[in-house]
Design a protein around this ligand. Structure first.
Ligand SMILES: *[C@@H]1O[C@H](CO)[C@@H](O)[C@H](O)[C@H]1NC(C)=O
Ligand SMILES: *[C@@H]1O[C@H](CO)[C@@H](O)[C@H](O)[C@H]1NC(C)=O
Ligand SMILES: *[C@@H]1O[C@H](CO)[C@@H](O)[C@H](O)[C@H]1NC(C)=O
Ligand SMILES: *[C@@H]1O[C@H](CO)[C@@H](O)[C@H](O)[C@H]1NC(C)=O
Ligand SMILES: *[C@@H]1O[C@H](CO)[C@@H](O)[C@H](O)[C@H]1NC(C)=O
Ligand SMILES: *[C@@H]1O[C@H](CO)[C@@H](O)[C@H](O)[C@H]1NC(C)=O
Ligand SMILES: *[C@@H]1O[C@H](CO)[C@@H](O)[C@H](O)[C@H]1NC(C)=O
Ligand SMILES: *[C@@H]1O[C@H](CO)[C@@H](O)[C@H](O)[C@H]1NC(C)=O
Ligand SMILES: *[C@@H]1O[C@H](CO)[C@@H](O)[C@H](O)[C@H]1NC(C)=O
Ligand SMILES: *[C@@H]1O[C@H](CO)[C@@H](O)[C@H](O)[C@H]1NC(C)=O
Length: 872
């Protein structure tokens, strides 16, 4: 059924629209607003009281009128409105203020949309989904003072017309997709007070010196705008500037001395650039408004100017530079100083003795410098100190007793200094402290019972000091303890039975002390324990079976004690990276899973265990007998070898020539991560073309069946130092890569998890590298998915593969110490065993190959043995 429109339909409609305001009771402006409402999708009914039967729109949500009932302002910020920008608003003749801040407005801004808004003074469209070019006719609006387009997806260059805004005071284009460089014509907007352009993908460009003409400018915010070159001297002319933020750019050269002309400046942010040279030495005393200075992460040299420190600063961040000399005493005079971060410089001398006396200091971090002397007595006089980070300096003396009153402290890290004496009793019990790190000092005395008060303590690290005495019972009441590392001290006595209450404990390292007695019963409660190291103490008694219940445990070292009795068979339940029970008095049978030659060292030095594993006692108590035996053998063998050797040499030499193996065996170095049941020679002999099961840009993969029946996969990587000699740059990159390669391989080698492929060992020469993995019969998930066999993968199997891979990754991220980021998780790097159990594979190797310039783009990298580096 087709309906015919009346020929004058459009005319009628127009008439109707014209008359509509008269028919309904609302006035004309209300009618326009109704039209705007129709364009919005309004899921929260924010516009529900926009009722067309009202006389005027003046009581409607977000609407403000003047005395003549003309709408002057429309504020619909944070209303969850979506739809296009309602250009009909520009028909409201008196409208001066529009804010649609924080909605889902998702159109472009067409030129015609806004050029009608003649009265508009304030336009806030920040945090929406606007796209397209910046409307170049905006400067036609004669009264526009405030233009905020922050947080949209505007793209393209800043239009040249933007240099002609007649009365603009605030321009913010932060967080868009604006390109080009920051244009010099912005220096023509003489009325401008705030210029915020941060976080846009500009091309590299300089700060236009013309910006120095903006004599009213108060804020210049250009963080992460790809600025290069030097800071122009003309910036010193911005006498009203309060906020200068040029952080996260690539500015170079020195900070111009004209900066001290910015006498209104409150905040100076220059961090993370490539600035060099010294901070201007004079003129700071004119900058009496300066409160915050952050010039960290540059290459600044020289000393901190005394004048700078005489200002009433609140915050001084100069970390990660190359500054030297002392910290001027003046810094302690500021009544407002709460933040002082100077870590990673070359500062020396003592901290000003008045530091903290005149202001409520909150964070102080002077780690990794060469400060000396003691902790200033008044550091916490303001009662606000939270972080006291003095790591790696040459501080000496005791912890001042005054700090026992510093109840605000959260983190105290004094590692690697030369502090000495007893820690004042009250200091142990600070109520909020979560991190106490005293390692690598000369502290003595014991842990006071007051520690019971430190109920938020999560890390207690006292390693390598001269602490002594017993562990107080109270330590077991600290529910939040994750780590107790007190190794390398003179602690003694039995472990208090309360320690088994520490249900959050992840690491307990007591090695190298003088503890005695048994392991208390109830350790099953250490559900999250990852590392238990009691080595080299005087512990005795049986090893409790309960240890077998600690499912997260992967590091167990009880060596060098006097444990006796049987090794509990329950240890077989654990997946251990490290097991060391050597040098105890254990007897009986070794649990079958561990009764293998590769675990020999884990059990040596227990006379009662001799014989369970072949060769267990060879290297220990019966050294001499073994020695004589081997001498005899050597003589007998020597004769044989001489004869056989000559014959073999001939054959070997022939084979060598045939196979054209250009590998110089004598230069092989073997790094193994698990006890091996094979030798590297056996593997190399099997590297035949016949055994190749795969090859990629990084090298070939061989399947090798060993004489003991075991099967391994061997990956042979090509090229090492040889291929990178062409360019010195590459060579430099190459050798760095090599170092990191070794470190990465070592990290991986230590991991043992059922969903991570095992790396048995790695052999290296200057020409190539061999990586020996466990063999995975079903190959990679990627290959399988794209092969004809993909039909074998039904949904339950796919689900299992996904779960397994996730478990492997979860282990890397959360349980491995240090955490590891794989950075290249893809189907080709998931390998499948006989039962389609999945294991994550391919760590770090391909990067070593990349750097050599094979142009391979795939593969993987361990990014961050320390877990700080984001996936890239
Ligand atoms: C509009 O106002 C009239 C009269 O005040 C009222 O009866 C009606 O329910 C309102 N409509 C809406 C949608 O709120
Ligand atoms: C907008 O949506 C969010 C999330 O759905 C909600 O929390 C908020 O209250 C909404 N705002 C309004 C004004 O209804
Ligand atoms: C804008 O958002 C609305 C509601 O979410 C959607 O229906 C519309 O397609 C979007 N328009 C554009 C241009 O993306
Ligand atoms: C805005 O740009 C970002 C980055 O390009 C993109 O991820 C996002 O989807 C865009 N949003 C809209 C609404 O266009
Ligand atoms: C900026 O001002 C200068 C000097 O007054 C003038 O030459 C230039 O054309 C102006 N630029 C723009 C884009 O308006
Ligand atoms: C511009 O940046 C300053 C400093 O960050 C800020 O205080 C101000 O609110 C910003 N202006 C706009 C319109 O976003
Ligand atoms: C703006 O600054 C530039 C360079 O700093 C200067 O050459 C120019 O004359 C100035 N223009 C005006 C209009 O002041
Ligand atoms: C410094 O900024 C650059 C980008 O300008 C960034 O790549 C780098 O990671 C930043 N450095 C730090 C330590 O944040
Ligand atoms: C650190 O300072 C001490 C004196 O306080 C000095 O003996 C030592 O050489 C300095 N170390 C470095 C690396 O500058
Ligand atoms: C305990 O420490 C955590 C951080 O480790 C902190 O977020 C929390 O506020 C602290 N609680 C108390 C009571 O101090």
């Amino acid at each position: 059924m087709v309906r015919h429109r009346h020929p004058h339909f459009h005319l009628l409609l127009s008439l109707l629209l014209l008359l509509l305001p008269l028919i309904l009771s609302v006035n004309e402006e209300g009618f326009y607003l109704q039209r705007a409402k129709l364009g919005f999708d309004d899921p929260n009914s924010v516009l529900s009281n926009w009722n067309s039967t009202d006389d005027t729109p003046c009581k409607w949500n977000g609407v403000v009128c003047d005395s003549t009932s003309s709408v002057t302002s429309l504020d619909l910020s944070s209303s969850n409105l979506s739809g296009p920008f309602p250009s009909i608003l520009c028909r409201l003749k008196s409208l001066t203020f529009i804010s649609l801040y924080d909605n889902f407005i998702n159109s472009t801004l067409s030129e015609s949309d806004l050029s009608m808004c003649h009265s508009l003074e304030h336009l806030d469209l920040a945090q929406n989904y606007l796209t397209g070019a910046l409307p170049h006719r905006l400067p036609d609006l004669p009264n526009l003072k405030y233009l905020d387009l922050t947080g949209n997806n505007f793209s393209g260059n800043i239009p040249e017309s933007f240099g002609t805004f007649p009365s603009l005071e605030v321009l913010s284009l932060v967080e868009n997709l604006i390109e080009g460089t920051i244009p010099s014509f912005l220096g023509n907007i003489s009325t401008l007070k705030q210029l915020n352009l941060s976080y846009n993908p500009f091309s590299p460009g300089r700060i236009p010196p013309e910006l120095g003409n903006l004599s009213d400018l108060q804020v210049l915010w250009l963080t992460e705008t790809n600025l290069v070159g030097e800071m122009p001297n003309s910036l010193g002319r911005l006498g009203r500037l309060t906020d200068l933020d040029l952080a996260y750019n690539s500015l170079s050269g020195s900070i111009p001395s004209s900066i001290t002309e910015l006498t209104s400046l409150v905040q100076l942010e220059l961090y993370n650039n490539s600035l060099t040279g010294e901070l201007p030495t004079e003129g700071w005393s004119k900058m009496t408004s300066l409160r915050r200075v952050d010039a960290s992460m540059n290459g600044l040299t020289g000393r901190i100017p005394v004048e700078l420190c005489d200002l009433p600063l609140e915050s001084l961040n100069l970390y990660e530079n190359r500054l030297e000399g002392g910290l001027p005493d003046g810094i302690a005079n500021s009544p407002n100083l709460y933040e002082l971060r100077l870590f990673q410089n070359e500062f020396s001398g003592e901290l000003p003795s008045n530091l903290g006396k005149n202001s409520a200091l909150r964070w102080i971090d002077v780690s990794t410098n060469n400060f000396s002397g003691g902790i200033p007595e008044n550091l916490c006089s303001g009662g606000a100190l939270e972080d006291l980070l003095l790591i790696e300096n040459s501080f000496t003396g005791r912890i001042p007793v005054s700090l026992t009153e510093c109840r605000s402290l959260l983190r105290v890290r004094l590692r690697q200094n030369r502090f000495s004496g007893e820690v004042p009793a009250g200091f142990w019990g600070l109520p909020h402290v979560s991190f106490l790190e005293f390692s690598g000092n000369e502290f003595s005395g014991g842990i006071a019972k007051n520690i019971a008060g430190a109920s938020n303590l999560s890390q207690l690290i006292l390693s390598e000091n001269n602490f002594s005495g017993g562990l107080p019972e109270e330590i077991g009441f600290l529910d939040n303890l994750l780590e107790v590392s007190i190794n390398g001290n003179k602690f003694s006595g039995p472990l208090p039975s309360s320690v088994v209450n520490l249900g959050q404990l992840v690491k307990l390292d007591l090695h190298g002390n003088e503890f005695s007695g048994g392991i208390p019963s109830g350790v099953r409660a250490w559900k999250k324990l990852n590392e238990l190291n009691l080595a080299n103490n005087g512990f005795s008694g049986n090893i409790p079976e309960e240890i077998g219940d600690l499912s997260d445990l992967n590091y167990l070292d009880l060596s060098g004690n006097q444990f006796s009795g049987k090794i509990p068979v329950e240890l077989q339940n654990l997946k251990l990276n490290r097991l060391n029970l050597s040098s105890n008095h254990l007897s009986g049978d070794i649990p079958p899973m561990y009764a293998k030659g590769m675990y020999k060292d884990s059990f040596s030095g227990n006379p009662g265990l001799c014989g369970d594993i072949e060769g267990l006692c060879d290297g220990s108590g019966v050294k001499n007998r073994g020695y004589i035996w081997s001498m005899r053998l050597i003589f007998v063998l020597a004769g044989l070898v001489l004869i056989v050797g000559v014959v073999l040499f001939y054959f070997k030499y022939e084979k060598f020539k045939k196979a054209k193996k250009s590998i110089d065996r004598s230069k092989w170095t073997l790094m193994s991560f698990h006890k091996l049941g094979f030798s590297e020679d056996e593997i190399m002999d099997a590297l035949d073309e016949d055994n190749v099961i795969g090859s990629g840009s990084s090298g070939k993969v061989y399947k090798v069946v060993l004489s003991n029946g075991e099967v391994v996969a061997v990956k042979k990587l090509w090229g090492r130092s040889k291929s990178i000699t062409e360019s010195s740059d590459l060579e430099k990159g190459g050798s760095i890569q090599d170092n990191s390669f070794d470190a990465e391989v070592e990290t991986l080698g230590k991991i043992r998890h059922k969903n991570i492929v095992k790396l048995w060992c790695c052999c290296t020469t200057k020409d190539c590298q061999l990586l020996v993995y466990e063999y995975m019969p079903n190959g990679s998930l990627g290959d399988l998915l794209h092969s004809t066999k993909s039909g074998l993968l039904d949904w339950p199997i796919r689900f299992k593969i996904a779960m397994d891979s996730a478990e492997g990754l979860s282990y890397l991220h959360h349980d491995s110490v240090p955490p590891i980021v794989h950075r290249d998780v893809k189907s080709n790097n998931i390998l499948l065993d006989v039962e389609y159990g999945a294991r994550v594979a391919d760590f770090g190797v391909a990067k070593a190959v990349d750097a050599i310039g094979k142009g391979s783009k795939s593969m993987s990298v361990i990014a961050g043995s320390c877990g700080y580096i984001a996936p890239g």
